[in-house]
Write a protein that binds this ligand. Structure first.
Ligand code: P1T
Length: 387
């Protein structure tokens, strides 16, 4: 079989074929679900590359290779959730080490850094990375890791990965980029100098709101070995069935992302002219303060759109989300169906109000994960909810 993971193939071909080969015993075109915990060995030290399913599983391996290919990386590792993937990266650190993270980020990432790893002596600083010079002010002899999301959740700030990587390289720090919102279809952080790419694969990669999973991708032999050691030692691995669903979801990532982007554009432009809407956050708007950086490092703008109300009233925001009929009021994002979220009370509730207010996450902020339904139906839904 041809290896479809190499650079001669374009994204759509890699999404469908990289890492995946027909089953050699039956010819099954879809990777079988190897629902097994262990593997019969021929003798001491004699086996077919699989010993125990926490360490390796033949449904997980193609998925890990597929994700590596999509991110232009050498190695991929899958985890039981996005947070389990983040946890593995943070376990590269030891007591006394410090992290510099972006100040607008998923609430769960803030929580694991402040409430879990701080107990083990790892300290996190949260800084505005829209100006990469701000990072240098927080670097000291204990700094080990810079963590960023771009676009950020939920304010859709864009951070210049190349500019941050210049700083991390200069100071010998690790750079991990959470690429959940962009997906590898729109952005490849390793190409801009990141050391590790992290995904909540739960979102666009899976794409159908039916799997919770995380992933890490790197080009470094040493980092891969250390992360694979943590994956196996700590054991937060995904099930074979979930790996099958993820492989299936990824096959349509490129066409889903195109439609998410088209619908996102239509909705952002419609919201902009609505009299009750105050700010619209969508990275494809030429008025977005970092639109040019987005154009540089991304190949499209995606379907995440946030907005605030002129009243800035939490009661009015609650009415809007309750009136929406097609947009489901729920946590999560990235599925084919449209979802609306109230970050201040849901996904970012674990971030203290003072911190939220400092970053501009207002109480009336509504986050839309624009799905791939008909754009006019989605606009009509928003119109009836806002009026
Ligand atoms: O939910 P999980 O797969 O564990 O991934 C955590 C995570 C990490 N990074 C980003 C940018 C995320 O958005 C998430 C999960 N976010 C949501 C559930 C949400 O609604 O924002």
């Amino acid at each position: 079989m041809t290896d479809h993971s190499n650079e001669q193939f374009k994204f759509g071909t890699k999404a469908i074929h990289a890492g995946v080969t027909p089953d050699p015993t039956t010819g099954a075109i879809m990777t079988p679900i190897f629902q097994t915990s262990t593997y019969v060995q021929q003798g001491i030290g004699k086996h077919k590359g699989y010993e125990y399913s926490r360490t390796h599983n033949p449904t997980r391996t193609p998925l890990e290779q597929n994700l590596a290919a999509l991110e232009n990386g050498k190695y991929g590792l899958c985890f039981a959730s996005g947070m389990a993937a983040t946890d593995a990266v943070l376990k590269l650190l030891k007591a006394g080490d410090e992290i510099i993270a972006c100040n607008d980020l998923y609430g769960g990432t803030y929580r694991i850094m402040t409430k879990v790893f701080e107990q083990f002596g790892v300290k996190a600083h949260f800084v505005d990375m829209s100006n990469p010079a701000n990072i240098e002010a927080h670097i000291n002899a204990n700094t080990r890791l810079v963590w960023l999301e771009t676009p950020t959740n939920p304010l859709l700030t864009i951070i210049d990965i190349e500019a941050v990587a210049k700083v991390t390289r200069q100071h010998g720090l690790l750079l991990c980029v959470d690429n959940t919102f962009a997906t590898p279809y729109l952005q490849n952080p390793l190409d801009w100098g990141a050391d590790i790419v992290m995904h909540s694969a739960t979102k666009y990669l899976g794409g159908h709101s039916d799997v919770v999973m995380g992933a890490l991708i790197t080009n470094s032999d040493e980092l891969h070995q250390r992360l694979a050691f943590i994956q196996n030692s700590c054991g937060a691995v995904p099930s074979p069935h979930d790996c099958f669903l993820m492989l299936r979801g990824i096959k349509t990532l490129h066409i889903r992302m195109d439609r998410h982007g088209e619908n996102g554009k239509a909705i952002a432009e419609w919201l902009l002219q609505h009299p009750k809407v105050d700010k619209v956050y969508w990275i494809g708007l030429p008025t977005h303060p970092k639109h040019e950086v987005a154009r540089k490092q991304m190949r499209g703008f995606g379907g995440m759109v946030s907005f605030t109300l002129k009243s800035d009233s939490i009661e009015e925001a609650a009415q809007v989300v309750e009136r929406l009929q097609i947009f489901a009021f729920a946590e999560s994002l990235g599925g084919v169906e449209s979802i609306c979220t109230h970050p201040a009370s849901m996904t970012h509730g674990s971030i203290p109000r003072e911190h939220r207010e400092k970053t501009g996450l207002r109480d009336s902020l509504i986050r839309l994960s624009v799905g791939i339904e008909d754009a006019q139906d989605l606009i009509n839904d928003l119109a009836q909810a806002l009026n």
